[in-house]
Design a protein around this ligand. Structure first.
Ligand SMILES: Cc1cc2nc3c(=O)[nH]c(=O)nc-3n(C[C@H](O)[C@H](O)[C@H](O)COP(=O)(O)O)c2cc1C
Length: 187
């Protein structure tokens, strides 16, 4: 079993991209190969980053909790909506707090939008961000177009193509996590 942490970064009232995070949580759990922790940044009231966690004297308990969930993970998935052709500011702000937590981690990317493009611009930029963290971005990404049509509120795929893309993504992701884990002599 792999420990997988999903870091989901939209805090907007009425956010639709929570559906994408739930769909991945469901699908990875149903694979029977992953213990999944979903970190919903909205639950943590994280302030704008003024100091990295490692430089804080009295870090908030929430940041320590997220740090542990990232550090103990065999693999991480970033889930974000596309805002202004990029990933959400809330996700980036959270990411900036951490350092050693990312080292050599396999990181999957899932982006969503309410339009037809499924957050492709955000996903490309997020792959570059993962490189800056000293982590490995998975080449294959999960893009969710028309979030309100593709997924139910519980994250259940509502179209054949969404189901197919989700299944393929989970297969690819678990392969990727296993490959890096073997290299890191964790398996
Ligand atoms: C500030 C803001 C900027 C946005 N920019 C884009 C964009 O560049 N491309 C796009 O496809 N959708 C864009 N959208 C629409 C989102 O894709 C849409 O809100 C979708 O439901 C995912 O975001 P949500 O999780 O906040 O609902 C934007 C939405 C907001 C609130």
């Amino acid at each position: 079993m792999f420990n997988i942490t999903i870091l989901y970064g939209a805090i907007r009232e009425g956010r639709l991209s929570i559906r994408a995070a739930k769909s991945l949580q469901n699908a990875l759990t149903q694979s029977g190969r992953a213990n999944v922790t979903l970190i919903d940044i909205k639950d943590y009231n994280i302030p704008v980053m003024e100091a990295r966690l490692k430089d804080m004297e009295n870090p908030p308990a929430g940041l320590l909790e997220i740090s542990k969930a990232l550090e103990t993970a065999d693999g991480i998935v970033f889930v974000t909506p596309e805002y202004n052709n990029s990933y959400s500011g809330a996700l980036k702000n959270c990411i900036d707090y951490f350092t050693k937590e990312w080292a050599k981690k396999p990181i999957g990317i899932c982006c969503g939008s309410n339009g037809k493009m499924g957050g492709v611009n955000a996903s490309n930029l997020l792959q570059l961000l993962v490189l800056a963290l000293g982590a490995f971005p998975m080449p294959y990404k999960l893009l969710v177009p028309e979030l309100h049509i593709s997924l139910s509120e519980d994250g259940i795929p509502q179209t054949e193509i969404m189901q197919k893309n989700l299944d393929r993504y989970v297969n690819e992701y678990l392969w990727f996590v296993e490959a890096i884990s073997i290299q890191s002599k964790k398996v």
